[in-house]
Design a protein around this ligand. Structure first.
Ligand code: HPA
Length: 278
């Protein structure tokens, strides 16, 4: 498995392809909103809550690449939620599937070209904290890059508001409290995967004040921040990370627990979308 990264490439590099993809999305769906949601593994049930749906398969959008991971359907849905036109991307690419960073963030560039200003990203993650058991939803307030693609220096904790919007985080927090949804805040540790971590790695991540670990999302957060989108990332805690539980960890467990929390996540996402002013 090879993951070739070049963080220095320009976001406008694929402008022609970005324009072609966004034109098809806008022409086919008539999307007029400014808010998008990217769904993580097993959270596809969220689209059931959307009315007047227009759906496009990724294979119908020029230059879009279909995900290969189970639980990611590769569909884009546009429709109405709480009187707002929203766009939902069900399925994302991971670097462990062998994709370059440019490929992984291509959909973010297309979303921006489609008029997106607010981007809510969801993922599933393993918990590094006993107090955040499976079923907890965690608002990401900071991130740490443990992929060591740029060298062997310890990562910095990044909490910059351009990557983690305090405004959207505060809306999410109030919606969760109002609906008695267990919510936590914390720092997401990015790893490349595809293997789950060892308990020693988890211990190491904890020493940097990491709260949850996952194999996705950081490329999208970085790109969204650079493009000036307002970003909120929610991790659904699907399991305790290695070493925090006796049970061995499997992708099936992750998908099953994600499925069990879909209702909660739908309620939270709907409330957040309702609360977004612009
Ligand atoms: N580790 C890495 N990625 C994950 C995990 C985990 O424990 N759970 C869900 N995605």
């Amino acid at each position: 498995m090879q993951a070739v990264v070049n963080w220095r490439q320009r976001p406008d590099k694929d402008m022609e392809k970005i324009k072609q993809a966004s034109k098809v999305i806008l022409d086919q769906t008539g999307f007029k909103g400014n808010t998008a949601v990217i769904l993580g593994s097993g959270l596809g049930g969220f689209t059931d809550a959307i009315k007047d749906k227009r759906t496009l398969k990724y294979s119908e959008i020029p230059h879009y690449v279909e995900p290969t991971v189970e639980g990611h359907s590769g569909k884009l849905t546009v429709g109405n939620l709480n009187d707002k036109d929203i766009l939902v991307a069900n399925g994302r690419l991971h670097m462990y599937e062998g994709h370059s960073k440019d490929r992984v963030v291509f959909p973010i560039r297309v979303l921006r070209e489609c008029g997106i200003e607010n981007l809510i990203i969801t993922n599933s993650a393993g918990s590094l904290r006993k107090e955040n058991p499976p079923g907890t939803i965690m608002i990401i307030e900071g991130h740490l890059d443990f992929t060591f693609q740029d060298g062997f220096n310890d990562p910095d904790l990044i909490t910059d508001r351009k990557f983690h919007s305090p405004e959207l985080s505060s809306i999410a927090n109030s919606v969760a409290l109002r609906n008695s949804i267990a919510i936590a805040k914390g720092n997401y540790c990015w790893v490349l995967g595809p293997a789950y971590e060892t308990s020693l790695e988890i211990k190491y991540f904890r020493s940097f004040n990491g709260s949850a670990v996952g194999m996705s999302t950081l490329p999208e957060i970085r790109e969204g921040g650079v493009l000036g989108l307002k970003l909120l990332t929610l991790s659904l805690i699907t399991n305790f990370a290695a070493g925090l539980s006796e049970q061995p960890l499997t992708h099936e467990e992750v998908l099953e627990n994600a499925g069990n929390s879909t209702d909660k996540m739908i309620k939270l996402l709907s409330g957040i979308i309702e609360g977004i002013k612009k």
